[in-house]
Design a protein around this ligand. Structure first.
Ligand SMILES: [Zn+2]
Length: 368
């Protein structure tokens, strides 16, 4: 195991990360406590220890040599014991542990039902494994829901009414209502990548096997397909014709250089997202929708990214009731890769001490 990298806070308080206090367990007069967040990705695991609202230690470990989840959790436990020690605390001071991971999660048992990367871990009861290793209240959450919760609690746009989309190979989503993530009856709540935006006979086939889903248009492969279709349908010169490996990044760079086909590809992607977000706006009425993930066309740093955002907003507003369309804010997420880990910790904190099937709470400890 790599030795933990412990980052000490510059000062004990106030915190650099002040989450919005929007629920009973987050009362500002509640004593601070240590909680741990674990973000389990396909190849690496992000670990964080929070005291109150501040990340006081963090580490990243690889899943390469982990045969099963308990190997990961044991390393995580070693990390947190050392991190607590360096913060003049003991394992008894750890209130709860939250785990975020990709895939469809049965909330009652925290069993991984479906996932892209950890195929050999299907059907494993993560909640049980986590509780067995840590002997603490534990909570398991889908990674997109965790990112949504992390952004709503610690990001630049703090609100208890927020929706979050991850734009990458696939499109994930998380919806926060009244400060809590919506998981749904089957763990699929907030899966906006699989809403239908094209009902026509030529609708694209989504990776899930259905036709016309958002992901087939605004996922990485869908964006590339949009560019390829334009290249095939016109003789217009474009730098993309000479690009061997056509990716959203290459399209983003070309758009930023003024390439008309690349610019149109970004615009069409924005329109597709705007259509889906308009549906989301009428269903959940969030105050803000955030876009995370690697496919952001440069985000707020580039003209292409800003134009992308405006296209999404304009299309959403065109299709929505005035009340939602005129007030809904759409922006890029701000926490990057930390969002899942922070959201997992926040989820654990929310559930600890509450009667919930996804959180065993028989053992609780308060900061001395
Ligand atoms: Zn689909």
């Amino acid at each position: 195991m790599a030795s933990p990298v412990i980052s000490m806070p510059d000062e004990c308080s106030p915190s650099r990360l002040q989450p919005k206090m929007n629920s009973d367990e987050n009362r500002t007069d509640a004593p601070p406590s240590f909680v741990m967040g674990i973000d389990l990705g396909g190849t690496s695991v992000k670990l964080g220890l929070l005291y109150g609202d501040e990340v006081v230690a963090r580490d990243q470990i690889s899943t390469a040599h982990c045969e099963e989840p308990r190997d990961v959790f044991r390393q995580a436990r070693e990390f947190v014991i050392e991190a607590l020690r360096q913060n003049d605390a003991t394992f008894d001071d750890l209130q709860s542990v939250g785990l975020a991971m990709a895939g469809v999660i049965d909330e009652a048992t925290a069993t991984l039902m479906e996932t892209a990367n950890l195929h050999s871990w299907h059907g494993i009861g993560f909640h049980q494994e986590l509780a067995r290793v840590f002997e603490k209240p534990v909570a398991v959450i889908n990674d997109a829901n965790a990112a949504a919760l992390g952004e709503s609690s610690f990001g630049r746009h703090r609100t208890d009414s927020l929706s979050f989309l991850t734009l990458g190979t696939g499109i994930g989503g998380g919806i926060i209502v009244a400060g809590r993530p919506i998981n749904g009856s089957h763990g699929c709540g907030g899966e906006i990548g699989h809403v239908t935006i094209d009902h026509g006979p030529d609708a694209r086939r989504c990776g899930c096997g259905r036709d016309g889903h958002l992901e087939a248009y605004a996922g990485a492969a869908g964006i590339v397909q949009t560019a390829v279709e334009q290249l095939e349908q016109s003789d217009q010169p474009s730098a993309l014709r000479d690009t061997a490996d056509l990716t959203p990044e290459a399209i983003s760079d070309a758009a930023e250089s003024g390439d008309a086909i690349a610019i149109e590809t970004v615009r069409r992607t924005g329109v597709h997202l705007g259509q889906a977000i308009a549906m989301l706006a009428q269903i959940a009425d969030p105050s803000v929708v955030l876009l995370g993930g690697a496919v952001n066309f440069g985000g707020n740093r580039t003209q292409t990214g800003k134009r992308f955002l405006k296209t999404i907003h304009d299309e959403m507003a065109r299709l929505s009731l005035v009340q939602t369309g005129s007030t809904l804010e759409i922006d890029f997420a701000t926490l990057g890769n930390d969002a899942g880990m922070l959201g997992a910790a926040q989820h654990a904190r929310q559930l600890a001490g509450h009667d919930h099937p996804n959180c065993s709470n028989e053992r609780q400890h308060e900061k001395r």
